[in-house]
Design a protein around this ligand. Structure first.
Ligand SMILES: [Zn+2]
Length: 157
């Protein structure tokens, strides 16, 4: 039996939209001050982030080098890791972090998974545009807060 040679050069696969993804993890504390169902308490999550980029692969068969994606996203993840994500409107926590030197990141939104996904989408978009990757046509960010829940946002380039 002989395997036929598959030539990708002349195939339709070359113009196929392709989505690649990389997963990231970090540990972070937060709270939702307005919540009454438990999330008003300081608690933490083992966050999982999926970053998906979509486009047509180049001649080498890549939409984007996974290493480049890591270079873009990892600094953001490192900044969030083992910190408290503090909504600036949360007066109680603002007072606490004024008096205590602990790792904190301040944001101007309630720290829900939805808002965190939108924030990360914006930050990753800015950095990807700076890297001038012309192949990426769509970016999707999924923030998984627990085993069973996630929030996802996406944006065209
Ligand atoms: Zn939470």
């Amino acid at each position: 039996m002989r395997l036929s040679t598959f030539s990708i050069q002349n195939s339709k696969f070359l113009t196929m939209t392709t989505r690649i993804a990389k997963e990231f993890h970090w540990e972070m504390a937060h709270r939702l001050p307005y919540h009454t169902g438990g999330c008003q308490n300081v608690h933490g999550h083992s966050y999982r982030l999926w970053v998906e980029v979509e486009g047509e692969p180049d001649a080498q068969g890549m939409v984007m080098d996974y290493l480049d994606l890591k270079t873009v996203v990892e600094p953001l993840v490192k900044q969030l890791d083992h910190s408290f994500l503090c909504d600036r409107s949360d007066e109680m926590m603002m007072r606490f972090f004024h008096d205590n030197t602990l790792k904190v990141n301040y944001v101007d939104f309630p720290t829900t998974a939805e808002n965190l996904a939108a924030y990360l989408l914006k930050e990753i978009t800015l950095r990807l545009r700076e890297s001038q990757n012309v192949l990426v046509k769509r970016l999707r960010v999924r923030v998984q807060e627990t085993e069973r829940t996630y929030a996802e946002v996406s944006q065209e380039f």
